[in-house]
Design a protein around this ligand. Structure first.
Ligand code: ZN
Length: 176
């Protein structure tokens, strides 16, 4: 890329950023990239163009969360995490799971018996790879989290088999 072309691109980006700030000041139109909810307890839809997710997320997280990828078993950051705290969505910060509901599934993926509240996740039928599975997505940003199966322990009998890449752990006292 020539220097002049690069300068043009940079000035274009700067102009776009200025327009975004103006749009916020002016009101109603939401501005992609600057509108992530900071409250992890509020379920409001977060919709972004794919190009923006690519900028916000690292490559591995983007692949799992936006392209429905699956990290290899026993490689994620949380499958063996036993610390006290909560798990939020790596895409939009929505509070999804709590450590008291995490259990040792032996699968190599972080597994939970339930989300912190039923409205935090949505379930879609997934028929890829010759299987019928229940895909779990974030209720706020639609990001892929993993799958849910009916072979979990009490009290729900469900196993929310999640990707570590879809979660961010927030250490702290038990939430309940
Ligand atoms: Zn999310």
């Amino acid at each position: 890329m020539s220097l002049s072309r690069r300068c043009f691109n940079l000035s274009f980006l700067a102009a776009a950023a200025c327009r975004s700030v103006d749009a916020i000041a002016a009101g109603p139109e939401p501005t992609p990239g600057l509108d992530l909810p900071s409250d992890p307890e509020v379920v409001v839809p977060v919709v972004k163009p794919d190009a923006e997710w690519k900028l916000l997320l690292d490559a591995d997280t983007y692949h799992v969360v936006r392209e429905k990828g699956t990290e290899r078993a026993f490689t994620g950051r949380y499958w063996n995490n036993h610390a006290k705290g909560t798990y939020v969505c790596s895409g939009c910060n929505l509070h999804l799971f709590d450590d008291p509901d995490k259990f040792e599934s032996g699968t190599g993926w972080p597994s939970f018996t339930r989300p912190t509240k039923p409205d935090r996740v949505a379930v879609n039928r997934d028929v890829t790879y010759g299987m019928v599975r229940e895909e779990v997505v974030c209720a706020r940003c639609g990001g892929h989290l993993g799958h849910v199966f009916d072979d979990g322990p009490a009290p729900t009998g469900q196993r929310y088999c999640m990707n570590s890449a879809s979660l961010v752990f927030k250490p702290g006292p038990p939430p309940r």
